[in-house]
Ligand binder design. Structure first.
Ligand SMILES: *Cc1c(COP(=O)(O)O)cnc(C)c1O
Length: 384
């Protein structure tokens, strides 16, 4: 079917209107997602690489993102909640497995089994509930078994593991695909916690029948191969976040964010800017107001902190971050450079995701998962 140039013009106009009517433009590079998956999968091989797509694929849209990982060869997908798994499933082919990290609430076992979703069993209670359903259905339902190796968050504690070891017949009724654990400090290669957790995992595995093992997140994937086992579960690195702190980031940037200028003004010295007058101009200052605020996930902690960029010019945030806008000191730019409708960069070539996170005193995960839903989202470099 051919679209006429008239139709194409209309489509372009509508897209322009959508982009123009939003306060910010969030661009998600699907080729970068695929390249990041391939980079990690190649590095880890023969260890399998899963993709963690919880929290709507770290805020980027699991329905759009997961199929890109699939195209790059991924067949194992991790989410946090059962409802995330059920929502994601129709967007993927059926030769994949979706795992639910947070485990199962009582009375959701049937729903999980009916949808062929694989739960992570985090406690003896969850294990017993899954075994009970397996017996009723007379089939060895698949599951992952999580051991806590030093995070005190999810997974069998040491006393619970002893309870299990006293009656291993429980495991015969179900099909344990992997025994898993989660690393607490793998983003820091020098943390002694890495080795301590690995040692605890090794000791626990020795006492269990042989099962494949899944241990590493993004950070662990960049540690020695002893941490890799059979399946790794990278998340943040796939989205362009740095897997290890204080090291160059080997991942391709995935996200860029531009914000619209909605007003410019020149004010004299001693002008109060923004809520509570938290900033006072020291000299005559040119200010641009941009249409992104904390309701869009731009941290309010970046009040009087951090910056936007126009080309190579840094434009510091002055005053409080408001719900729907931010004020920038644009005095460094020649007068008239920015005007109504101009775009400035919040995340991109000049200001990485990691930089924004550092300025805000948080981590890239927090910035990504907070990215707002008022932005005009464009997904580029699709091949599907
Ligand atoms: C979130 C999560 C991951 C992914 O961690 P990243 O640091 O984003 O790579 C892996 N495993 C578990 C259990 C998680 O909760």
């Amino acid at each position: 079917m051919s679209t006429t140039s008239y139709d194409q013009n209309l489509i372009q106009l509508e897209e322009d209107a959508a982009a123009l009517s939003a306060g910010g433009i969030l661009t998600i590079d699907l080729a970068a997602l695929r390249a990041n998956y391939k980079l990690i999968a190649d590095m880890l091989a023969p260890t399998r690489a899963a993709a963690v797509v919880k929290a709507d694929a770290y805020g980027l849209g699991a329905d759009k993102v997961a199929p890109q990982f699939y195209a790059a060869g991924c067949r194992d997908f991790f989410v946090a909640h059962l409802n995330e798994a059920i929502a994601l499933q129709p967007h993927l082919a059926n030769d994949i497995t979706i795992y639910v990290l947070n485990g199962l609430q009582p009375q959701t076992e049937q729903l999980c089994a009916k949808n062929n979703i694989v739960p992570v069993l985090n406690s003896m209670e969850q294990l017993r509930n899954w075994v009970a359903l397996a017996k009723v259905q007379n089939r060895r339902l698949p599951a992952l078994l999580q051991l806590d190796t030093g995070m005190a968050r999810l997974g069998l504690s040491e006393p619970e593991l002893r309870e299990l070891l006293a009656d291993l017949s429980l495991l015969e009724a179900i099909d344990i695909k992997y025994v898993i654990s989660h690393m607490a400090a793998a983003d820091n290669p020098d943390s002694p916690q890495n080795q301590a957790q690995l040692a605890q995992m090794q000791a626990a595995l020795k006492q269990l029948p042989h099962f494949p093992v899944a241990f590493s997140n993004s950070g662990g994937s960049f540690l020695q191969s002893a941490y890799h086992y059979d399946l790794a579960r990278p998340g943040i690195a796939l989205y362009g976040g740095a897997p290890q702190e204080n090291k160059p980031n080997p991942m391709h940037p995935v996200v860029s964010l531009q914000a619209r200028v909605i007003q410019c003004r020149t004010v004299p010295a001693q002008t109060l800017v923004g809520y509570s007058g938290s900033y006072t101009t020291k000299a005559e200052t040119r200010i641009a107001t941009i249409a992104v605020g904390y309701a869009d996930g731009w941290p309010r902690h970046l009040s009087n902190k951090g910056a936007a960029y126009y080309g190579d010019t840094r434009l510091p945030v002055i005053g409080r971050v408001s719900m729907d806008s931010i004020t920038l000191d644009i005095t460094a730019l020649p007068e008239g450079t920015l005007k109504l409708g101009s775009l400035v960069e919040l995340i991109g070539e000049r200001q990485t995701l990691e930089q924004v996170a550092r300025d805000a005193g948080t981590i890239s995960y927090d910035i990504l998962t907070a990215l707002g839903h008022r932005y005009h989202r464009t997904y580029i470099n699709n091949v599907l």
